[in-house]
Design a protein. Structure first.
Length: 153
């Protein structure tokens, strides 16, 4: 799983150079640079707009504070931030992916997929043990403190 991701990351700069040369051949080098500058500025605007509110929604979704419609859209907010970052990165391929993520139906579809993946990958807190009511009893606090005092002696 990691090898294809590493290969894609290593090949991305080469693919971006090829895409830039292709676009520059079609519209000219100066226009290609202006297009890259324009998409980077658009990415800054997207990040600025999505920044704080998007991170707040994402943090609430990750923490699982309230599972209402607002926090269920946490991955959508994350994808808006990812779209902004992809637009800021110079290159036409990353710009195409970032611009595609700005389309709301695409972002919702990807957000649902991310949400399902996150819940499948994290079934619960591994430090939590679920017990049935017959498997535990409540102990008054002073018995716990007395018991801990005995261990110290």
């Amino acid at each position: 799983m990691a090898k294809p991701i590493i290969a894609a990351i290593l090949l991305l700069p080469l693919a971006e150079i090829v895409a830039f040369v292709g676009v520059a051949a079609l519209v000219g080098v100066g226009t290609a640079f202006l297009l890259m500058l324009a998409t980077s500025l658009l990415g800054c605007l997207v990040l600025r707009r999505a920044g704080r509110s998007g991170l707040a929604h994402l943090r609430a979704a990750v923490d699982g504070i309230e599972m209402n419609e607002s926090t269920r859209r946490g991955p959508e907010h994350l994808l808006t931030i990812v779209a902004g970052l992809l637009l800021v990165v110079p290159g036409f391929l990353t710009d195409m992916v970032g611009a595609t993520l700005l389309i709301r139906p695409v972002r919702r579809l990807c957000g649902r997929a991310v949400w399902r993946w996150l819940h499948r990958r994290q079934p619960g807190d591994p430090s939590t043990v679920d017990l049935t009511p017959g498997e535990w009893t409540q102990v008054p606090d002073r018995e716990i403190s007395n018991h801990s005092d005995r261990r110290r002696e």
